[in-house]
Design a protein around this ligand. Structure first.
Ligand SMILES: *[C@@H]1O[C@H](CO)[C@@H](O)[C@H](O)[C@H]1NC(C)=O
Ligand SMILES: *[C@@H]1O[C@H](CO)[C@@H](O)[C@H](O)[C@H]1NC(C)=O
Ligand SMILES: *[C@@H]1O[C@H](CO)[C@@H](O)[C@H](O)[C@H]1NC(C)=O
Length: 464
């Protein structure tokens, strides 16, 4: 064989040929605008690892802050007595819901303060209502003339301010809720009366707005809601999602939920929400999220809430633990006031969750469901796991009076098995229990010595 005339060039060519193929997004990896294709997309890994997020319901409904964020509907459409009377007693006759708009001041809204509270809560993502069913957008939507936070009320781009604060000051992922339909939008109502054969509203309002929202604020959670009884082809949800997953600026990191048109909930989309405050109590094969309000009766702030209407921190920790054990994420909702304050009770719950997660986060973040979700002997014991580290976590919500915790599920594997109370440090004594599980001797601690309150976690090494 003849030596090559230009060995340098040949070498370069050979090296070029040896290069692995570029990890370009090949045409094959693109998604079609069909549920079959879109549903097969793997959720970006960050979402399952995050486990805990904060939902924020804020809008013009925060001005009356009475009853529910569904105020407009209950008052004008259903004409519920409570709401009709509230208006009669407190506002001049002829006062319209639209008149609440200028009263939505956000006077004390400080996105940096919010971000710092969210960071302290231990949450890994937030979801803000960019637009609820009332149609008022918290950003200066080009498709919402005079019914948005830049033209009216605060005269500020709330979505932008929060996005910057979250991205600049925290390690949380920034997400947005968006209501597809609007209760009283004339084009939606016209489409509705055509049994959704007309598509004026999605074409001129909802779709352009969604593209604008994603391009401008790059949300990593898009929490869709409010199908208004219309099917997904009316909303062109699959067309939009194909763009979101293929070509949008957040195509690699965005997650979405399952509310994309009548019948899509718990069936299509990204992760499942299935219902508000959904907590099935058993493992689900598909990633899901439990969106839960701290105020048992409302998502938006309401001044008529009594102390008993708020979930206690014990109840919230229980929700978190049950949810994560069963493969879900916990999305805990707060409602700020019309002037942008996170009321002290919401702030306290957020900070309490943060102190609990500081001790027990190891048993929550980046865990996987174990083969068993809750214990078969002792109630209120929930399991999570980290298979690579050979760790199983037993989170117990009641400290046993005997000082001994009976665990029916984990089986010791001889000398390798170790048990530790998170935040305590020293290995605990345990014995196998009739080959049926293990009994852990908890340390005798005073209330002040406990690593935390409301629930505790044991890290079990090498159990079956
Ligand atoms: C966000 O952080 C960047 C980089 O630290 C800084 O240049 C920018 O001014 C910050 N923006 C705001 C609005 O604080
Ligand atoms: C749906 O969205 C896709 C992607 O943007 C677009 O190509 C298609 O024309 C839309 N279809 C309808 C009926 O609006
Ligand atoms: C926990 O486990 C038991 C089986 O021991 C089961 O009957 C129960 O339904 C489970 N779930 C809850 C929410 O307690």
């Amino acid at each position: 064989m003849r030596a090559p005339a230009l060995p340098g060039l040949a070498l370069a060519l050979a090296l070029l040929l040896l290069q692995p193929p570029r990890p370009a997004r090949s045409a094959a990896a693109r998604f079609d605008p069909t549920w079959e294709s879109l549903d097969a997309r793997q959720l970006p890994a960050w979402f399952d690892q995050a486990k805990f997020g904060i939902f924020v319901h804020w809008g013009v409904f925060s001005v009356p802050s009475f009853g529910s964020e569904w105020f407009w509907w209950y008052w004008q459409k259903e004409k519920r007595q409570k709401y009709v009377n509230f208006m009669k007693d407190n506002y001049p006759s002829g006062f319209k819901y639209e008149d609440f708009g200028p009263l939505f001041t956000a006077t004390f809204f400080n996105a940096n303060q919010w971000a710092d509270i969210f960071q302290a809560s231990g949450a890994k993502y937030i979801v803000l209502t960019s637009k609820h069913h009332e149609g008022f957008t918290l950003w200066g939507s080009e498709y919402s003339w005079n019914w948005n936070a830049v033209d009216e009320g605060p005269k500020r781009d709330i979505v932008k301010e929060l996005e910057v604060a979250i991205r600049n000051r925290t390690d949380l992922h920034f997400g947005l809720y968006y209501s597809l339909f609007e209760w009283f939008h004339p084009l939606f109502l016209e489409d509705e009366s055509s049994s959704f054969h007309k598509r004026q509203f999605p074409v001129s309002k909802m779709l352009p707005e969604l593209y604008e929202l994603v391009n401008k604020y790059r949300p990593e959670v898009l929490w869709s809601d409010g199908d208004g009884g219309a099917p997904d082809h009316y909303w062109n949800s699959t067309g939009f999602l194909a763009w979101l997953y293929n070509d949008s600026p957040v195509r690699d990191t965005v997650v979405t939920n399952d509310r994309w048109g009548k019948g899509s909930i718990c069936t299509h989309g990204g992760y499942y929400t299935c219902a508000d405050r959904y907590n099935p109590g058993h493992l689900l094969p598909h990633k899901w999220e439990n969106c839960m309000t701290i105020d048992k009766f409302s998502w938006g702030y309401r001044r008529d809430a009594g102390i008993g209407d708020y979930l206690t921190i014990e109840e919230l920790v229980k929700q978190l633990v049950e949810t994560v054990s069963c493969g879900g994420n916990f999305l805990m909702n707060i409602g700020p006031t019309l002037d942008g304050i996170i009321s002290t009770i919401f702030e306290e719950r957020l900070r309490q969750m943060g102190t609990w997660l500081k001790v027990n986060g190891e048993a929550i973040y980046e865990t996987q469901p174990w083969r068993s979700q809750n214990d078969t002997i002792t109630p209120d014991v929930w399991y999570t796991s980290k298979p690579k580290e050979k760790l199983v976590y037993a989170i117990f919500l009641k400290w046993p009076t005997s000082g001994k915790l009976f665990l029916g599920q984990p089986k010791a594997t001889g000398g390798a098995t170790e048990v530790e109370l998170l935040g305590h440090g020293q290995p605990l004594k345990w014995i196998s229990w009739e080959h049926n599980g293990i009994v852990v001797e908890l340390p005798q601690l005073t209330v002040d010595q406990l690593p935390c309150k409301w629930g505790w976690a044991l890290a079990l090494t090498s159990v079956n």
